[in-house]
Design a protein around this ligand. Structure first.
Ligand SMILES: [Zn+2]
Ligand SMILES: [Zn+2]
Ligand SMILES: [Zn+2]
Length: 142
């Protein structure tokens, strides 16, 4: 995980105290290479004997999104989250296995009207990762 004490401070500012269980939850989330729905993250926590309620999972994801430590993706009406522990970057999202890769290439330039002041942007590219392109099942099994 990225600078843990820094994350702790950010979460404290949002009045989200990192108890032991919550810390384990955050660790599981940050170590997942795939984006997860709140229910999937909850399930993962239970699998790892992290006894935490679904409400807390929602609360953690909300707080992380607010502090830009997580990014939500809307795919076919379902919201998935991925942990984003570092500076500004863009995402490559595999629609088959839900793996999320970060790309740190320079930001694209987009023409906007002169009187529009841009404050931030996101760039997410959706497709199939190389493993999924090479598996016949479309990546369900890796
Ligand atoms: Zn990210
Ligand atoms: Zn994939
Ligand atoms: Zn950018």
């Amino acid at each position: 995980m990225q600078n843990e004490s820094q994350i702790k401070v950010l979460l404290n500012e949002q009045k989200f105290r990192l108890t032991n269980e919550r810390h384990l939850l955050l660790k599981l989330f940050s170590e997942s290479s795939r984006m997860l729905t709140p229910a999937q993250l909850h399930e993962l926590a239970l699998e790892h004997q992290v006894k935490i309620g679904l409400t807390t999972v929602y609360r953690l994801l909300e707080v992380l999104t607010k502090t830009e430590l997580a990014t939500p993706f809307l795919i076919e009406g379902v919201i998935y989250y991925t942990f984003c522990g570092c500076n500004h970057h863009h995402h490559l999202v595999c629609l088959s296995c839900h793996q999320v890769l970060e790309t740190h290439q320079s930001c694209p330039t987009v023409e906007v009207p002169e009187d529009f002041r841009v404050e931030h942007h996101r760039l997410d590219l959706y497709g199939k990762c190389s493993a999924c392109q090479h598996s016949i099942e479309g990546g369900e099994s890796h």
